[in-house]
Design a protein. Structure first.
Length: 157
């Protein structure tokens, strides 16, 4: 068994849709990035890649490559799952924390977990997603951006 950790952050801007864990979130701002900028799935991808010693998301899906412009991070997560299988691993469970003051994410958590479980081909009870605020401290608390951390446990197929 191996454990991986991931972290990502993106700036909130007007004129973009907000996606977290593959779920479209109703909000007046979205995350800035080359892909859909799904900060939570990017952290999860890094956790999975790290656990398998496969580098990071930037190595596999560079923002200099136009084929990834605007791409859904669910597609990136699916490719990461394929890379793991090619190396003989499968995700056992994962835990994601999303850090933002706004919007409130509780209504979306169930769908987020389902999205991840479906892509990774694991039981929904093996996926945890939670959200927290920073009590209005830091860039997340000021509404300038959203950060996310993720841990993942993988094992041999």
């Amino acid at each position: 068994m191996r454990i991986g950790h991931g972290y990502d952050v993106h700036r909130l801007v007007e004129g973009r849709e907000l996606y977290l864990c593959g779920e479209k979130i109703e909000y007046n701002k979205g995350l800035l990035g080359h892909s859909d900028a799904d900060v939570a799935l990017h952290a999860l991808c890094d956790a999975l890649l790290g656990a398998a010693a496969l580098g990071d998301i930037g190595k596999h899906f560079p923002d200099s490559d136009e084929q990834y412009k605007g791409i859904s991070s669910l597609v990136l997560l699916k490719r990461v799952a394929e890379l793991l299988r090619e190396k003989g691993f499968i995700c056992i469970n994962c835990d994601i924390t999303i850090v933002c003051q706004r919007p409130k994410l509780a209504p979306y958590i169930g769908s987020m977990r389902k999205n991840i479980a479906n892509v990774l081909g694991i039981d929904i009870d093996s996926v945890n997603v939670k959200a927290t605020t920073t009590e209005e401290l830091g860039f997340e608390g000021r509404g300038e951006g959203i950060s996310s951390t993720a841990v993942a446990l993988i094992d041999n197929i």
